[in-house]
Design a protein around this ligand. Structure first.
Ligand code: CP3
Length: 400
């Protein structure tokens, strides 16, 4: 059972803006801020007071305060202890003031309840990987309230603790990426076992992808009901597939997952990592926001995806190791490639590396805010009379 229905979240966001009251002079950008946090506004391609920024893997080992907690508790235990998982989620928000928080958990967490035996070393390790169609038959579609109640409890804590300016992103692995681990049994550069199974057993593969999709739909719905304000699907291994296999296997499973979430009214983000050859197809995933890895310029992504979709990305995580001046020009380049149209969420092009200096990330967050402050106001004024961006909108009834 959830304490808060999605509608209750919407009311909370709609009535209590981060500024806390109507004292400021009304401008379109301010009005947007008072109605919804910049991250959610950008996902909905609305005007924003500044480009919102968060980074993938923002909670983790590059932070000394995370390592301090990990010295006392193992990774799996950390994800299963709501007070600690919430604390670790909050750490980067306190330190850097990002525009969104991401639930501290792992893509493999909900797979355990399907009948998969999971450990971490440091990536996922599975004692009973799927290797035959009979193995697929034995897996259950898991009920999240029964198998991962600690995730929803973590989200309820975060819903109370997070500042309204940093809405919580819930997430899951995309079916194909989960398939990779469940069949391979552990991480790999090529996932040759998983890919062989796909070609040798296409029907059993589709059945497995369907079970994973249905489990993730229920899991993500439960996250939204507990208070997650946006939902992201990580397809870390999408780039292992040709467009043909992506269309035949991975994409239908993503569409199945996201179709079951469309009525929630929360922004849906799909991240097909290493997916530059897959973007045209990924455009029909059912997501509102496309995560773009660093290999694809955002300008090209915008051309391919069109104005009805927001983009998220895509600074190369390695740029954070450069001197400030070089990092600064990389940040500017990403902002320029994103352009002035509404609908850009600044992020890295993949997860932050564990040896990153936290001060480099502080510099990144501050420069994105500083350099885009007011930049979108003109666009907001232009768009104020009509429908920003055009096309289909999300959550219009809930949070508009
Ligand atoms: O801050 C956040 O982004 C939220 C937490 C989060 C983790 N994993 C924590 C984690 C998220 C969103 C993930 C997603 C995830 N997990 C993905 C998709 C994103 C991507 O990077 O492509 C994948 C493929 C996994 C599977 C996984 N879990 C791997 C490959 C590893 C090893 C990572 C490594 O750097 O060695 C994990 C473990 C893991 N998940 C850690 C963290 C913080 C490290 C655990 C530790 O503290 O030892």
């Amino acid at each position: 059972m959830s304490l808060l229905e999605p509608g209750a979240n919407a009311t909370r966001a709609g009535s209590a803006g981060p500024a806390g009251g109507p004292a400021l002079p009304e401008t379109p950008a301010r009005r947007a801020l008072s109605v919804e946090p910049p991250f959610l506004a950008a996902c909905r391609r609305r005007p924003v007071p500044h480009t919102p920024v968060w980074v993938m893997r923002q909670a983790g080992r590059y932070l000394p305060e995370y390592r301090a907690i990990r010295e006392k508790v193992g990774f799996l235990a950390l994800t299963k202890t709501p007070e600690l998982a919430a604390e670790v989620t909050l750490q980067p928000i306190r330190r850097f003031g990002m525009d969104a928080a991401i639930l501290f958990s792992d893509i493999m967490t909900p797979v355990e309840g399907m009948g998969i035996s999971l450990d971490f070393d440091p990536g996922p390790v599975i004692a009973n990987p799927v290797s035959t169609p009979a193995d697929v038959d034995r897996l259950r579609v898991a009920d999240p309230e029964e198998t991962v109640p600690f995730v929803m409890e973590t989200i309820r804590i975060l819903h109370r603790e997070l500042p309204p300016s940093a809405p919580l992103i819930g997430f899951a692995g995309a079916p194909w990426t989960l398939f990779c681990y469940v069949v391979e049994g552990r991480g790999s550069k090529t996932f040759i076992r998983a890919k062989s199974f796909l070609f040798a057993e296409p029907e059993a593969s589709k059945a497995l992808l369907d079970k994973l999709a249905d489990t993730m739909t229920a899991y993500l719905r439960a996250q939204a009901e507990a208070g997650a304000r946006a939902l992201m699907l990580f397809d870390s291994w999408a780039g292992l597939l040709s467009p043909h296999e992506f269309r035949a296997f991975a994409l239908p499973a993503v569409r199945r997952t996201l179709a079951g979430l469309a009525d929630l009214g929360v922004p849906l983000i799909y991240f097909p990592n290493n997916g530059s050859t897959l973007l045209e197809d990924a455009a029909s995933s059912g997501a509102h926001v496309m995560g773009i890895d660093w290999r694809t310029p955002l300008s090209r992504a915008r051309d391919v995806l069109g104005p009805a979709m927001a983009v998220q990305g895509n600074l190369d995580p390695a740029a954070l190791f450069a001197p400030r001046e070089a990092l600064g020009s990389q940040i500017r380049r990403v902002l320029e490639e994103a352009g002035d149209a509404p609908g850009h969420v600044f992020n890295l092009g993949h997860g932050i590396e564990r040896h990153t200096d936290p001060d480099a990330l502080a510099y990144l967050v501050d420069r994105v805010h500083e350099w885009t402050e007011g930049r979108h106001a003109a666009a907001g004024q232009l768009l104020d009379g009509g429908e920003p961006g055009g096309g289909s909108r999300i959550g219009e009834d809930g949070e508009g």
